[in-house]
Design a protein around this ligand. Structure first.
Ligand code: NDP
Length: 297
């Protein structure tokens, strides 16, 4: 039986709508406008596209959007000074430094200089620790988006076997923590995992966050399992040009799985929607106001 397609594009639109409604309420009832500052260092074309898209969607939901575009050769001292200013700016509730940074900048130092309460990417070591110990934190956007899709699809995730393929700090590890928080039995697989297909065949939920085009195939999937494909890979088409594919082979996986996210239109749109959700959450927390329901864990 063909899998149900999990429509991340539509779900992301519903998250943005909810964020927009909450922003309007913050404005009318408290005269507060949530603000997001995005810092881009250098001219990486992919990063420029992401930053443009983030700025546009931030403004569309009624929030204040600020972009700082900095030269690739900016010194670490100058960048840290800008982050200090943003930390102190009461009209800014979320700060995002677009990664990767040029090699001469210490990424960990820069990320950990952001006020954890404004760390809407959820990469600050304090937020990593809070998430790992099951406390209220800012949750990284992509895993948060995956969890929202899973919660929407499954009535309960408790007791399900989940395999997360990939152990990066931005996707794999926080994803595993979130699933553990939902009482899944979680396995994290990576490049050294022995017999990956066998590990994946046990899973009710497969999260593919590998960065290898169409690596996960239908033969590895337990019938009826849910496949969440985080991968974004651009590959050449035989007839010329390129197309986007995920880390799972959609055609074979969708024949076996119970539900699957497509690429594009699955996890991708959820990431920016969750960035907006995190910004409104950070704004509410900073003013000690009730957080919107369903926009965080
Ligand atoms: P990383 O490159 O940081 O991590 C990839 C992980 O996959 C590593 O842990 C690596 O293992 C593991 N891996 C690599 N090859 C294999 C293999 N053959 N078998 C098993 N595991 C393997 O990637 P990210 O986590 O940053 O991103 C993962 C994917 O998600 C990418 O396609 C990226 O483009 C996409 N992405 C999508 C986002 C979205 O908004 N939808 C946001 C962020 C990422 P090891 O640690 O052993 O090297």
């Amino acid at each position: 039986m063909a899998a149900q397609i999990i429509n991340g594009k539509a779900f992301a639109a519903s998250v943005r709508k909810k964020v927009g409604e909450h922003v309007a309420r913050l404005k009318s009832e408290h005269d507060i406008i949530p603000g997001l500052a995005v810092v881009l260092v250098g001219e990486d074309p992919a990063s420029q596209v992401y930053v443009r898209s983030k700025g546009k969607q931030t403004a569309e939901v009624g929030m204040k959007s600020i972009e700082h575009k900095l030269k690739a050769n900016i010194s670490e001292r100058e960048l840290l000074a800008l982050i200090k200013l943003l930390n102190e700016d009461e009209t800014i509730h979320g700060i995002l430094v677009q990664l990767p940074l040029p090699k001469h900048l210490n990424e960990d130092l820069v990320i950990n200089s952001i006020d954890p309460a404004k760390d809407v990417d959820g990469f600050h070591i304090s937020n990593v620790g809070l998430l790992g110990t099951g406390q209220k934190s800012m949750v990284p956007c992509t895993p948060l988006g995956c969890l929202m899709l899973l919660r929407d699809h499954h009535r309960s995730l408790s007791g399900l076997d989940a395999v997360v393929i990939g152990r990066s700090n931005i996707v794999g590890k926080p994803m595993a923590q979130l699933l553990l928080g939902e009482s899944c039995t979680v396995t994290i697989a990576h490049s050294r995992t022995k017999d990956l297909p066998d590990v994946i065949r046990r899973a009710d939920i497969v999260i593919a966050a590998v960065g290898r085009p169409e690596m996960v195939v239908g033969d590895w999937i337990k019938p009826g399992a849910t496949v969440i494909d985080v991968g974004i890979n651009r590959i050449d088409k035989p007839e010329g040009g390129t197309r986007l594919v995920g880390d799972a082979d959609f055609s074979s996986c969708s024949e076996v799985s119970g539900a699957i996210t497509p690429v594009p239109g699955g996890v991708g749109p959820m990431t920016i929607a969750c960035l907006l959700a995190n910004t409104v959450t950070a704004c509410c927390r900073s003013h000690d106001l009730k957080e919107p329901d369903g926009l965080t864990v």
